[in-house]
Design a protein around this ligand. Structure first.
Ligand SMILES: [Zn+2]
Ligand SMILES: [Zn+2]
Length: 226
């Protein structure tokens, strides 16, 4: 079945009739913006060392995304059947490197995280981080970690969404988004999706673990072959 036929079938069988892509977008973004701001509002009289929570959380967030994306999202594993299905069987069949752009706002259903995952993050993971870190670190460090964790999730949703926008969209004129889109496009090649470019926000752990395939090299080799 080609991508267009899969999209038609998916829309009629999997996307609920009353689904609104814009509502999905607003809901996910609102929860993540709100939890970022709420955690930030608890930070008072920040000490210099507490700022370390920002780079540490960005790096750990990058590692978490890399690991989840490389393993449970792309390999069938016990307890993670749902994530493999949603990501590999649905997202990667709906979007390939040759057909990377969504057609309708209804397609946001398979672009953004299901809202129940965002709710689980806000109401379970963030309190879990609080309980885990509070006995060890200062309140400012803990709340800054929670704020940056939410912000990282939000950044994932933004950059991943931008990666599925048309190439002539005004956001893709910005070099960073253009680069991340080209990098994610390689990951959507069905032959490469299990091997490379698992990061979404910035390609740090792909470089560390040698799974980084540069869009520049890919463009160069496709120019030579064409
Ligand atoms: Zn994607
Ligand atoms: Zn993937």
């Amino acid at each position: 079945m080609d991508t267009s036929a899969f999209r038609q079938k998916f829309r009629s069988e999997k996307i609920p009739r009353n689904y609104s892509g814009l509502f999905h977008l607003i809901l996910n973004f609102s929860f993540l913006v709100f939890s970022t701001l709420l955690a930030l509002s608890q930070v008072f009289e920040l000490k210099v060392w507490e700022i370390m929570a920002i780079p540490v959380t960005l790096v750990l967030g990058n590692l978490v995304v890399f690991t989840l994306h490389r393993y449970p999202l792309h390999r069938p594993m016990p307890f993670f059947g749902f994530s493999y299905k949603i990501h590999t069987k649905w997202h990667h069949r709906f979007f390939t490197d040759e057909k990377l752009v969504f057609d309708l706002t209804r397609d946001f259903f398979i672009v953004f995280f299901p809202t129940w995952i965002v709710l689980g993050f806000v109401f379970l993971v963030l309190p879990g981080i609080y309980l885990l870190l509070s006995p060890i670190f200062s309140a400012n460090y803990v709340f800054l970690t929670m704020a940056m964790g939410s912000f990282y999730f939000l950044s994932y949703e933004v950059v991943h969404f931008a990666s599925h926008l048309p190439e002539d969209h005004f956001l893709i004129k910005i070099r960073f988004f253009k680069f991340m889109r080209d990098y994610h496009k390689i990951h959507h090649n069905p032959k490469l999706m299990r091997d490379c470019n698992f990061n979404i926000v910035f390609p740090f752990f792909d470089i560390i673990f040698n799974t980084y395939l540069s869009p520049r090299k890919q463009n160069a080799s496709s120019n030579i072959s064409s």
